[in-house]
Design a protein around this ligand. Structure first.
Ligand code: GLN
Length: 484
């Protein structure tokens, strides 16, 4: 059952070939068997899952099942879930039980989906390797000596190993696309404003966006359908109808215009990864697409701009963890100052502290104009680059990351090296555009993702472009031998 698509699971449930309880037990059994190695979950919610599965079975029996009723999923531990702790990978929130549900969680619950547990992640979603979690590193199912990517590495590893059929993720600068690429699964980061951020713990609010991760574009379409939509509780949520993503999947690609950002295929891109992408583009040509060169001239400014803006917003967002209202509180504080210092000093890990320092510095009087304001101006230029590039083509395609999954420890030693590896994903968030990662092959036995970027609110188009590729190839169906 763990290799079934969501459509197959739906059909099986509706035809009573298996119950949601059986399905849920199957996945819980896989988690129990395999997650000691992967550490993709921070919290496994066995009891709650079985209760939800029973309720789903009743709903199916009553004939009132929705598309996801009875279908298990893994939830990134950044979405607030009433009654189940939400840690955000941090010691600061190790025992935090949110008093309310994230809108995304509420929607999935109401749809009758069955949460298997909360997945591991880089602390406060800061990172590209899932090594900064307070709950230990997550490993890549394709090669346990390698990282799964980050920050949604737990979700990606869980789906990659088929410990869950689908998972939620969030993407501030690549955190859905890059772990999806490293773990050989499909992931979509929607347009900023498409999925509610209410109850999604904030990292960098102007960049954060929730999205879907699954084996295939079709599975992502179904999950995203349930997550997306206007939410009055999120002031940056966009009031715009959500199209039927599944209905758009099969559209023919004849005449599709694909733009290749010239700057993304030069120096720095691993040769084997480049070969995989070339082969994927050939497949698109066979599907009737036309591939043309485009330019994103300010590409190399994405890293410096992002690594000013994201830490700046993070330093502001994370000021709420003061040891007073919620989160970690130090023992026996001497006075208020001591309470702040020790609670934050003990509660936050190294990478989070580094970002708070960078962000606070960039926002401080005297430096604000030189760093933060300048970064915002660059952000505008980057969005303008995309506008121009997308004016002549339907989608852009390129790498997700410069290389396949690095070894555990390789990046965590050198944060700048890690930041540099985000080169192809950050700019999409700076512009607020939707982006996807699609399994396209292997380099040195490790999965490689193809990135597809579209215009604002063109998620349906992206999913269609990915789906047609997946009809013609089988990369997305590959499961690591140890988890087959
Ligand atoms: N790697 C990037 C960062 O560390 C992106 C993380 C994310 O998208 N949450 O900020």
């Amino acid at each position: 059952m763990h290799t079934f698509s969501l459509a197959q699971l739906r059909a099986g449930l509706d035809r009573r070939e298996f119950s949601s309880v059986e399905l849920t037990q199957h996945f819980l059994g896989r988690i129990a068997a395999h997650d000691r190695l992967l550490n993709s979950f921070v919290t496994v919610t066995d009891d709650e899952a079985l209760k939800a599965a029973h309720a789903a079975d009743a709903r199916i029996a009553a004939g009132s099942a929705g598309p996801l009723t009875g279908i298990p999923y893994a939830h990134k531990d950044i979405f607030c879930t009433q009654g189940v702790r939400t840690t955000c990978g941090s010691r600061m929130l190790r025992d935090f039980i949110a008093p309310y549900n994230a809108t995304v969680h509420e929607k999935l619950q109401q749809g009758g989906a069955v949460m298997l547990g909360k997945t591991n992640m880089d602390e406060f979603a800061m990172g590209s390797t899932s090594e900064s979690s307070h709950f230990g590193i997550t490993r890549n199912p394709w090669n346990p000596d390698c990282v799964p990517g980050g920050s949604s590495g737990g979700s990606a590893a869980a789906v990659g190993a088929r410990l869950a059929p689908v998972a939620t993720g969030t993407d501030t600068g690549g955190s859905i696309r890059q772990p999806a690429a490293f773990c050989g699964i499909t992931g979509i980061k929607p347009t900023y404003g498409r999925v509610s951020r209410y109850g999604m713990i904030a990292y960098a609010s102007s960049l954060d966006q929730g999205g879907a991760m699954g084996a295939s574009a079709e599975d992502c379409a179904l999950l995203l359908q349930a997550m997306a939509g206007f939410d009055p509780l999120d002031s940056t949520s966009v009031d715009r109808e959500v199209p039927d993503y599944r209905a758009a999947l099969d559209a023919d690609l004849t005449g599709l215009r694909i733009g290749l950002p010239r700057e993304w295929f030069g120096e720095g891109l691993d040769a084997e990864v480049a070969r995989v992408l070339e082969a994927a583009l050939d497949e698109y040509r066979r599907l009737g697409a036309e591939v043309v060169d485009v330019s994103l001239p300010n590409s190399e400014l994405a890293i410096p701009a992002y690594y000013v803006i994201a830490p700046a917003e993070a330093s502001s967002n994370l000021s709420r963890y003061d040891g007073v209202r919620f989160g970690h509180r130090c023992e026996a504080p001497r006075d208020l100052e001591d309470l702040y210092k020790r609670s934050r000093g003990e509660g936050f890990g190294e990478e989070v502290k580094r970002r708070i320092m960078i962000g606070t510095y960039a926002l401080s009087a005297g430096y604000y104009d030189a760093y933060y304001l300048k970064a915002q101006q660059i952000r505008r230029l980057i969005a303008e680059d995309f506008r121009r590039a997308l004016s002549g083509v339907d989608v852009l395609m390129g790498p997700v990351a410069p290389f396949a999954a690095p070894a555990v420890g390789q990046m965590s030693e050198d944060p700048v090296q890690m930041y540099l590896s985000d080169i192809y994903t950050l700019s999409v968030n700076l512009a607020g555009l939707p982006g996807m990662s699609v399994p396209a092959g292997f380099a040195g036995g490790k999965p490689v993702g193809l990135q597809i970027i579209g215009n604002y609110f063109e998620e349906a188009r992206l999913l269609n472009v990915a789906h047609r590729f997946q009809q013609a190839t089988d990369w997305h169906t590959r499961v690591p031998a140890a988890f087959a």
